[in-house]
Design a protein around this ligand. Structure first.
Ligand code: HEM
Ligand code: SF4
Length: 518
């Protein structure tokens, strides 16, 4: 008997039980009441879990100050939308800020439940939504951050990404058809040649491929990370025309919803079902749900490049226009930065902004004649178009400042350490260093050149913050995951270890002053 067939109420874990008792999305009707009674009087399951169906996260590290996770399909926002978010952070987020995430998304902090009804009204006016962004829902859908403007792109994926989000969320209203998946779910659609969405770590990924001269997508399934197991996505052996993308996502989601394993949350991601069934049976079930047979995958896909980071000034496919990638250190934005970015996008571009999975911002549609002035903007002293080599590729999850799972502080430490290293080591090539505060791996250390995963270690008889070190992650063409190469390095001892790794594996050199002082 399969594990699926044993999904009786007797074996349900606490998450499955509370989802059956009351759908997560039901709290949408109760938001006004929650705002009136306040966070301390709320039912704990509503507060700690169900609110995540609306993107509202209780944060035990900052009780009473919630985190709001948006949905920004393909990472695209208008300046007006960013200004609305800046106002929310400024007006309602006490000590508020916002983080750009590794799913091209934004998380706002310091939000009080009392203000949520008003914030949601503002979102509605601005065409923003945070619905179904947490717990057992489909996360922000990623797409090429330069879709529609990349001179070398194959398929402009913006509309497809939006359509998939609209299907899943009922255009932001919330869609009970997909509010009780067995677990979280990630979808990415790449239309570019450099796999800028990290296709391999998504439950469904579409990568451009030609079949009989027609441009469409090969489909990958089952990629995921967890504390216990990390798997790259595998081929579904299917090629689809762009017009079939939404229907295929829907069919896969229904199969996963109805048959995915639910007994053990450690074994509930899509890949566990594919393991149990085999990819052939899974493919047949998807075809049955789709009501059509799938074409076999094209022999090869069109991912041919190493991954770009989009920082700096780049000519667009539209003559005379450029996109300008600004480096945002560890993705952290304050309200004033958000207002400034919105203004800059309006003054120099077309009033549009885009986030990347490296936690940076792109201003598209800057005309040649406006470039020089844009590059002189004071904000670019901090959000640089030519950041230092190591800092350029630094990525970090939230860490202990706001996240209760964290075993270590990440963002501030990552930035402090990289700046010290930058002063002591000269490195001619970017090295992608990713920090993640615990084995949940939100900062994706497995895709990094050097990944640092928070842990605890013993040093001089004391428990101290430490990291396990991962290496060998490759992104872009022939992407594959890195593995753990060193364990339990106390953070205080990390700098010389990283120096050695940079010198030995990335062609770096110790600067003279550093050599003489060691
Ligand atoms: C059981 C496993 C996991 C737990 C409990 C978990 C928990 C969390 C929490 C609490 C946050 C928000 C922290 C904050 O900023 O306050 C977060 C954010 C995030 N996590 Fe995880 N996480 C898990 C696994 C993963 C994995 C495997 C990935 C993918 C590699 C991932 C990707 C992300 C991303 C991208 C964000 C930022 C929000 C977004 O854009 O969706 N997480 N996670
Ligand atoms: S990796 Fe751990 S510390 Fe970092 S955001 Fe995820 S759960 Fe929090």
């Amino acid at each position: 008997m399969t594990e699926t067939a044993t999904n009786s109420t007797a074996t349900l874990n606490k998450f499955e039980k509370f989802k059956l008792e009351k759908d997560g999305l039901a709290v949408k009707q109760e938001i006004e009441q929650f705002a009136q009674i306040g966070w301390e009087a709320m039912d704990e399951t509503d507060r700690d879990h169900r609110l995540k169906w609306l993107g509202v996260f209780f944060r035990p590290v900052t009780p009473g100050k919630f985190m709001l996770r948006m949905r920004t399909p393909s990472g695209i926002l208008t300046s007006g939308q960013l200004r609305t978010l800046a106002e929310v952070v400024q007006r309602y987020g006490e000590d508020g800020n916002a983080d750009i995430t590794t799913r091209q998304n934004l998380q706002l902090r310091g939000i009080r439940i009392e203000d949520i009804p008003d914030i949601f009204r503002r979102f509605e006016q601005a065409g923003l939504t945070s619905v179904q962004s947490g717990m057992d829902n489909v996360r922000n859908i990623t797409g090429s951050p330069v879709a529609g403007i990349d001179a070398d792109e194959l398929i402009d994926t913006r509309d497809l990404v939006q359509q998939v989000q609209d299907m899943i969320t009922n255009s932001g209203e919330g869609n009970p058809a997909f509010t009780n998946l067995p677990r979280k779910f990630n979808i990415a659609i790449a239309g570019c040649r450099d796999n800028s969405v990290h296709a391999e770590i998504n439950d469904i990924a579409f990568v451009p491929a030609f079949k009989d001269g027609v441009l469409g997508f090969n489909v990958l399934v089952g990629g995921f990370f967890s504390a216990k197991r990390c798997e790259a996505a595998i081929p579904l052996n299917a090629w689809v025309d762009p017009g079939q993308v939404v229907a295929l996502c829907q069919a896969i989601l229904v199969v996963y919803r109805d048959h995915g394993l639910r007994a053990n949350r450690q074994k509930a991601r899509l890949m566990w079902l594919i393991d149990e069934w085999g990819v052939e049976r899974f493919r047949s079930a998807v075809e049955q749900q789709l009501g059509a047979s799938l074409q076999k995958a094209a022999e090869k896909d069109e991912i041919a490049w190493d991954k770009r980071d989009h920082i700096g000034v780049h000519a667009q496919k539209q003559p005379g226009l450029n996109y300008v990638g600004l480096h945002v250190p560890v993705g952290r934005l304050f309200a004033q930065d958000m207002f400034e970015l919105a203004r800059i996008a309006e003054v120099y571009g077309s009033g549009e902004l885009r986030f990347t999975v490296e936690q940076n911002v792109i201003i598209p549609n800057v005309s040649d004649s406006r470039l020089d002035l844009l590059l002189k903007e004071p904000l670019l002293e901090r959000f640089s178009v030519h950041p230092a080599t190591l800092e350029r590729s630094l990525v970090s999850c939230t860490g202990s400042q706001f996240c209760n799972f964290a075993l270590i502080e990440t963002k501030n430490r990552a930035l402090g350490l990289i700046r010290e290293l930058e002063a002591e080591v000269s490195c001619s090539q970017p090295v992608r260093i990713h920090w993640t505060g615990c084995p949940n791996s939100c900062g994706q250390p497995q895709v990094a050149d050097i990944g640092l995963m928070g842990t605890k270690a013993r040093k001089d008889g004391k428990t101290v913050e430490a990291v396990d070190i991962y290496m060998g992650g490759k992104v872009g063409k022939d992407a594959h995951l890195g593995t753990c190469v060193m364990k339990s390095i106390p953070c205080d001892d990390l700098k010389p270890v990283l120096q050695n790794l940079l010198v030995e594996h990335f062609d770096a050199h110790l600067k003279e002053e550093a050599v003489t002082s060691t």
